[in-house]
Design a protein around this ligand. Sequence first.
Ligand SMILES: C[S@@+](CC[C@H](N)C(=O)[O-])C[C@H]1O[C@@H](n2cnc3c(N)ncnc32)[C@H](O)[C@@H]1O
Length: 240
Amino acid sequence: MDFKNSYEDDSYAAAYARLEFPGTYYLAFRDLPEILATHVAGAKALDFGCGAGRSTRFLVSLGFDAIGVDIAEEMISAAQALSPAGDYRLIASGDLGQFADDTFDLVLSTFTFDNIPTREAKIALFGELTRVLTSRGRIVNLVSAPEIYHYEWASFSTSDFPENQRAKCGDQVRIIVTALDDQRPVIDVIWPDEAYRDVYSASGLEVIDVHRPLGHSDETCDWVNEMTIPPWVIYVLRKA
Ligand SMILES: C[S@@+](CC[C@H](N)C(=O)[O-])C[C@H]1O[C@@H](n2cnc3c(N)ncnc32)[C@H](O)[C@@H]1O
């Protein structure tokens, strides 16, 4: 089945541009500063699938010299409007040819691989991301756990989509970001842990850390399932 990138849409991009780090998104980003401080040496960063620049601004706030790239013109325009001084670049899918080999100490990808439909496409993209990574560089790939599409969350709902329960690796699933003004479902692709590990190995990457953040009772968020079921998986990768 063809895959349509939900983010190539003016009104969705405008809604996404207003999104910061509420609820379940807070959990995605909460532990990243420590993970990056532990694993990354150097400041040159590529934010792969930067969207409206939220993750790029996050990197800049941590002191990284970050460039954001995305295939959605609507999202890149929103990012540039929010941070005129930011470095955002519209690319064709998989085309990182403007960057030399061994350029980045860090490639961060937050949620982007949820939108890459096939094993072949994922391997091709990781091949390019590996090429532009320095020899000591790290790829940090933050993705949705399959369980996010099965349950309810502080910032997401999937109860309208019971077919998600039967989805297998590579199947399309739908999810509503309740934290957004735009309540149209986003289409993602289910990709379990073992399938990611297969893709990393086929891309010449080694997994050096995996983190599955859980909510804590002393946090101000109204957690739904976040304290018992991890909605996100954060992989730290290096060249094998
Ligand atoms: C869920 S958004 C996340 C945006 C941003 N990283 C954040 O955390 O706010 C995913 C983004 O990945 C982008 N994307 C999808 N496929 C891509 C590809 N092949 N190359 C680059 N970006 C892609 C989409 O256009 C979208 O803006």
